[in-house]
Design a protein around this ligand. Structure first.
Ligand code: F3S
Length: 404
């Protein structure tokens, strides 16, 4: 890989040990992918997790004197104030979250603590070269916004934020951004949960860049696009998708496929969606102990919708709604948080479902969620979750049992 003089000086330690280490890691990654050069970025998002390995790496960078050339937004950890107040986190976990905050602050990160930074605070424009980790965010900014990022890890995105560069390969190159698989959707997509079910069919679709046809633009919502990308990256690995007539690089088939023929043509039917729907939700649940919504973080519209539903049918079991601090603040200003609390639901800012420190108390309990990704992560620490659309989740909330 050919480096500019500035990049070579960075590698040689002229700008400190931290930047030298970061660019050394990036050079090795770039060489692994046969990148020819490194190119500047204008934005970054680091999938901070407030878990030991991640904080170890960030600490190492800080101790080597690194600061960010491009201030990244960060993924959720957890809301220390709320979970200490609830008494769910122990001292050791609290100390790790506190340290994570301090380390990233010292590195110059913008501590947004959300997995949907593209909605608030870090919105790339079309064609912008960025470095985003968090698989649901990477696919969104590539596909929906038309920005360019590879699928970064929290460590490689932090390196990019520190140096201000990324090795140029993969999704950064025009030739890799064309569709390769034509996916004809012969199914009704009525809600974002149907988009999630479509995403779970990624094994049928196989590797490559899918171009979806048969989805009417009027059926597409921001929430549906978030769900599609997030769930494709639970069941598989997709950096980029196109939807004909919807996403910016797919105004027509010729443009979406770069003038080439698709490598494969797949049809996804209603039966395929219903197969996943049935597998995620057992026919019978004796009871539900809690409801978990907001993986990825809920939008303001989703929160308002939940509020409207709960106004009519108060929850009998705890309903947790995860979102960004920005969205939580908006809900607070508009009285939605108070209304939700009055009906048994709680907005939780800054927090990920994958924080065993916060959610470990749910181990062995039976919950419902509208996110297959949530069920996947929480299963790792013993939480059972059935998965269904958000309205059914809230219906369960109204008739389940349990207490906050
Ligand atoms: Fe967000 Fe954590 Fe789910 S980062 S997408 S809430 S697993």
């Amino acid at each position: 890989m050919i480096l500019t003089q500035y990049q070579q000086d960075m590698l040689d330690g002229r700008y400190g040990k931290g930047k030298a280490l970061a660019i050394r890691i990036q050079k090795a990654i770039g060489e692994g992918f046969r990148a020819q050069r490194m190119v500047p970025i204008t934005r970054a998002h680091v999938a901070l997790s407030a878990q030991e390995a991640d904080t170890w790496f960030a600490r190492k960078m800080r101790d080597a004197g690194a600061t960010c050339a491009v201030s990244p937004t960060v993924n959720p950890g957890y809301c220390l104030k709320l979970f200490q107040q609830l008494g769910y986190v122990d001292d050791e976990s609290s100390a790790l979250m506190r340290e994570t905050h301090q380390v990233y602050q010292a590195l110059g990160a913008n501590l947004t603590y959300s997995c949907t930074p593209y909605l608030f605070g870090n919105i790339p424009r079309y064609g912008e070269i960025v470095s985003f980790s968090e698989s649901s965010a990477t696919v969104y900014v590539n596909s929906v916004l038309g920005a360019r990022t590879n699928r970064e890890s929290s460590a490689s995105a932090l390196c990019a934020a520190i140096t201000g560069f990324v090795p140029e390969y993969g999704m950064l190159l025009e030739e890799n951004r064309f569709g390769t698989v034509l996916v004809q959707v012969d199914a009704q997509l009525k809600s974002e949960f149907d988009f999630a079910l479509l995403g779970l069919n990624i094994k049928r679709i196989g590797r490559g860049v899918p171009v979806f046809t048969g989805i009417h633009p009027s059926a597409v919502t921001t929430e549906g696009l978030i769900a599609l990308g997030a769930q494709m990256n639970v069941a598989g690995m997709v950096d980029l998708f196109h939807i004909l007539g919807v996403t910016p690089d797919a105004p027509d088939l010729d443009r979406a496929f770069g003038g080439k023929q698709p490598e494969r043509v797949i049809t996804i039917t209603q039966a395929h969606l219903d197969e996943h729907r049935a597998a995620l939700m057992p026919h019978r649940l004796d009871h539900v102990d809690f409801v978990m919504l907001g993986c990825p973080h809920y939008t303001y519209e989703q929160i308002c919708r939940a509020d409207k539903y709960l106004e009519q049918n108060s929850a009998a079991v705890p309903v947790w709604i995860l979102t960004s601090a920005a969205t939580a603040a908006l809900a607070q200003v508009n009285g939605i948080s108070d209304s939700l609390e009055a009906h048994g639901a709680r907005i939780v800012p800054d927090t990920c479902v994958d924080e065993a420190a916060c959610w470990g108390h749910l181990a062995g309990k039976q919950g419902v969620t509208d996110s297959p990704k949530c069920a996947y992560y929480m299963r790792a620490f013993g939480v059972n979750l059935a998965v269904c659309d958000s309205e059914t989740c809230l219906t369960w909330a109204a008739k389940g049992r349990g207490e906050f």
